[in-house]
Ligand binder design. Structure first.
Ligand code: URA
Length: 434
């Protein structure tokens, strides 16, 4: 097979055969197709799409690019959650310890920042010493002992996704239903799970801006999970504003600690409780999602969820003194506080721009080789429907380089629209599909 022919074939809108997809994935994973040709191919897929059959074949090829883990030797249900990505979306850090404290095994393979959205691995690696690259043996032993483990794709597990994901991140080829489906499901099916809770985001900070596209993505993900005999629940949730107030890697760990300690109560907590509630339900430890939510809340109240987070960080090599005393984390060189120039009701937040501002401050990557700055990011206060007075704080920006401040400030001002009349708050959970 010829890569140039295959790029041309997709460019003209034709469907690949299963063999062609197997060839593409296996050749790229073995480094036999250069990035520039695979980028062109990804762009052709992005523009022309894929059929259901192609998506299934792509998922399978990416899944079997590595090992499929067998966790049968570990007792109890193995349930994971995956989000399609958003700004300030840190629910994994909160719900993994909650579900593990409830007796569910959570074997989580996550991704890094993608486009304007953050990634669980980058967030965890902001904790000094935290290792996200574990051997299969360590992965199994941590899950057995502590009930949860959070790692990245490796050369053994979903290696095709590891490579393609980082290429999509810097080639504007993320927002594609077949590519997202294959990326998410190849990782998740490799984990050895019994069930999966999916958080499909929609709105200005999501890859799917329209709810109808989010529903289409949800169905694509759910059908794939079912085809592999996995129990699955999909949540369609709002991403028209950052989730919680903290955006950026360490800042998000900080907010997660405060949520797990019961100090912060906001829509991030509500969503985390719903998702962990669904995991506990799927894992058979609750008779409904509602009961799972109650169990989750009680595990925050009695300190067990925070204790579990501490144990997981310790087991994966993270410096726990920062978990015990998050205020001791090193401070950013530059902190810029921004206040509102006008009064009014917040009616719109361009959450994509807020995510891009955080990325440009150092929280994400523009090129594959870029290094993340763990302290960089934004504390972003306003929520849609809030009334703000002129002069009230709207955000704090954190970074290591003075020249990054001004463009980020401008992005934040441009992202917020005010109205003189009252505005309804967006519905956090728009739909639950199971
Ligand atoms: N999350 C993933 O793991 N992959 C995507 O493509 C998007 C979100």
């Amino acid at each position: 097979m010829n890569i140039v022919e295959l790029i041309r074939k997709k460019r003209e809108g034709a469907a690949f055969t299963k063999d062609e997809i197997n060839f593409l994935i296996s050749s790229y994973t073995k480094n036999k197709i250069p990035d520039y040709q695979f980028s062109a191919l990804l762009m052709a897929v992005f523009l022309k799409g894929m059929t259901k059959e192609e998506t299934a074949a792509l998922t399978e090829a990416m899944l079997y690019s590595g090992k499929v883990i067998n966790l049968d030797s570990i007792k109890g249900a193995k349930i994971d959650k995956h989000s399609t990505g958003g700004v300030g979306d840190k629910t994994s850090l909160i719900l993994a310890p909650i579900a593990a404290a409830a007796g569910i095994n959570v074997p989580m393979i996550s991704g890094r920042g993608l486009g304007h959205t953050g990634g669980t691995l980058d967030k965890l690696e902001s904790i000094p010493g935290f290792r996200t690259e574990l051997s299969l043996k360590e992965y199994k032993s941590i899950i057995k002992k502590w009930g949860a483990v959070l790692i990245g794709q490796t050369k053994d597990i979903a290696p095709a996704d590891k490579l393609i994901y980082s290429l999509r991140d810097v080639t504007a080829t993320v927002e594609s239903i077949p590519l997202i489906t294959a990326s998410i499901m190849s990782k998740k099916l490799a984990e050895g799970i019994d069930g999966l809770v999916l958080d499909i985001k929609t709105g200005s900070g999501a890859f799917m801006k329209e709810t109808s596209d989010a529903v289409e993505l949800a169905n694509s993900l759910i059908n794939t999970a079912k085809a592999f005999n996995k129990k699955v629940i999909g949540f369609i949730t709002d991403m028209n504003q950052p989730l919680g107030n903290y955006i950026g890697n360490w800042l998000e760990v900080y907010e997660s600690i405060k949520i797990l300690q019961g100090e912060f109560k906001n829509e991030l907590l509500d969503l985390s409780l719903n998702l962990s509630g669904a995991m506990i339900f799927l894992g058979g430890k609750a008779s409904s999602i509602e009961e799972g939510i109650e169990i989750s809340q009680s595990l925050i109240n009695n300190g067990m969820a925070f204790q579990k987070f501490y144990e997981i960080v310790k087991a994966q090599g993270g410096k726990v003194s920062f978990i015990e005393n998050p205020e001791k984390y090193p401070k950013s060189k530059f902190v810029k506080k921004i206040v509102s120039k006008e009064s009014g009701y917040i009616c719109e937040i361009d959450t994509f721009s807020v995510g891009m501002a955080a990325l440009e401050l150092g929280a994400g990557r523009m090129k594959k080789e870029d290094k993340i700055e763990p302290k960089a990011g934004i504390i972003f206060y306003p929520k849609i429907g809030d009334y703000i007075e002129k002069g009230m704080p709207i955000a704090e920006l954190y970074c290591e380089s003075a020249k990054k401040v001004r463009p980020a400030v401008q992005r934040i001002y441009d992202a917020i629209k005010l109205s003189e009349t009252k505005v309804q708050k967006p519905e956090l959970i728009k739909q639950i599909i199971n």
